[in-house]
Ligand binder design. Structure first.
Ligand code: FHN
Length: 448
């Protein structure tokens, strides 16, 4: 795979007087790297700052697979050949889909952006694609462009919209050679042209980046299906940045970011952790970070999945992600009728109520001066450091000092002063038991 990994440092050398042909030779040598050195625009850098301040987004896995209520991998898991799977869109008729309700739910949860599946691995387009009629307008009784409806509502309500887009495609005959998934059971001919597939993908991306207003970014997924293929990343990433320079490109390839990417995501793990096996091969880079997670155990709608995470689990996950300087992208899998499961609406409302009170200690912050500890994390903004006691139930705690003197310590809830002592052993904070919160006891430290 001919693609440059992002290095953190850039080397600048002062050229000596060289004979012309030698100079030409070096020029020829440097052109590929020059061409590939991605320079994010000031608008892109501004959006990266916005992204890091936003902290909390809604992930939406929705597609015709929702009809079967067995998650977004049902085609692969049940090995449903393309010819048969193509019947499912004729059953997809989400007449209760209400983009206003979705956007209001996200806003009530304290979320600042939405990332929705434009096309998942089954290859079905959730918009009115002119490049392929395998889409929601041409192949479903519903016949409306749900991405257009959602984009219009998001723009009206000031919620930014990202498009998840799968590079892996179990439907396209040109997604060839096949990868680790979507084998012969799809019934596709054992032939195809990957470059033709990538042309098709770029054409569909162009539709999304030219017909839906401002797109905050593209959330790629699926490269892991063919790790060693030439995905022509620079071509695709340059296309996106040409059509929308401010758009943030990220790819869930589970390896260290490539040139041209604007943020790094971590699937079902906090940055630097690998409890779920997705993050084994990636180092935490300098790009803005985002952790994505399911609100139950499924991305797409799963009828049987009742492992709904509690408000405490969700709030603590959001706070921990912020402590790592990462965003939290929390997923729901809407039902085939277009409604969100009531349990998930309630959980999101609960998180929103917590953020209404404590949002100042999350939004606009960066990871704190102390890395994550068993007792919790820290976030910081300006001369304020927020100590989040997520797992501490004693009246006093001593945390390491980091070289900055403390001017005052205040319980964020109720703004009551907190006794503190600074010495060589660290900073000892005394919080009366009555003030300990079972979800997150936040102590605001003002620095001298
Ligand atoms: O296979 C996908 C899966 O369906 C889902 O989209 C998640 C979201 O992060 N990503 C892939 C698994 O790594």
């Amino acid at each position: 795979m001919k693609t440059t990994r992002i290095s953190t440092s850039r080397q600048h050398t002062n050229p000596k007087p060289w004979p012309v042909c030698a100079l030409l030779a070096c020029l020829l040598l440097t052109i590929p790297t020059l061409a590939q050195t991605y320079q994010p625009t000031p608008e892109n850098m501004k959006n990266r700052e916005w992204f890091q301040d936003a902290k909390f987004g809604l992930f939406i896995h929705w597609g015709v697979y929702s009809v079967l209520g067995d998650g977004e991998w049902v085609m692969n898991q049940q090995q449903i050949p393309v010819k048969i799977y193509e019947k499912i869109p004729t059953f997809f008729n989400p007449t209760d889909f209400d983009p206003k309700a979705w956007v209001q739910m996200a806003k009530a949860a304290g979320m600042k952006y939405i990332t929705i599946t434009s096309k998942h691995h089954d290859g079905f387009a959730m918009w009115d694609s002119k490049v392929s009629d395998y889409n929601i307008v041409k192949r479903t009784p519903y016949g409306k462009d749900v991405l257009k409806m959602l984009a219009d509502e998001c723009h009206k309500e000031g919620i930014k919209l990202f498009f998840y887009h799968s590079q892996l495609d179990w439907h396209s005959p040109d997604y060839f050679p096949r990868g680790s998934t979507g084998g012969s059971w799809t019934g596709r001919p054992e032939s195809g042209d990957m470059n033709k597939y990538l042309d098709y993908m770029d054409a569909q991306l162009s539709e999304l980046l030219t017909g839906y207003g401002e797109v905050a970014g593209i959330w790629f997924d699926g490269m892991w299906d063919k790790k060693n293929a030439d995905w022509r990343l620079q071509k695709t990433y340059s296309l996106i940045h040409k059509l929308q320079p401010g758009a943030l490109v990220g790819s869930n390839h589970h390896v260290t970011p490539f040139e041209g990417e604007d943020f790094q995501m971590f699937e079902k793990d906090l940055p630097g952790h690998n409890t779920t096996g997705f993050s084994g091969e990636q180092t935490v880079g300098a790009l803005p970070k985002e952790t994505c997670e399911t609100i139950n155990n499924s991305w797409g709608f799963n009828l049987k999945d009742d492992h709904h995470k509690s408000k405490k689990e969700l709030v603590q996950y959001l706070v921990k992600a912020a402590g790592y300087g990462a965003n939290f992208l929390l997923n729901v899998g809407p039902m085939p009728n277009g409604k969100i499961q009531p349990e998930h609406i309630a959980s999101l409302k609960g998180v929103g109520e917590w953020l209404n009170v404590n949002g100042e200690t999350i939004y606009g912050t960066r990871g704190g001066p102390l890395t994550a500890r068993d007792w919790g994390v820290t976030t910081q903004k300006g001369n304020k450091v927020y100590v989040h006691l997520l797992n501490w139930f004693d009246e006093s705690i001593t945390i390491p000092s980091w070289g900055k003197k403390i001017k005052s310590a205040t319980l964020f809830a109720g703004k009551t002063p907190v006794k503190f002592l600074e010495n060589d052993y660290g900073i000892t904070l005394k919080v009366p038991k009555a003030n300990l919160d079972e979800i997150d006891t936040i102590i605001e430290l003002e620095l001298k």
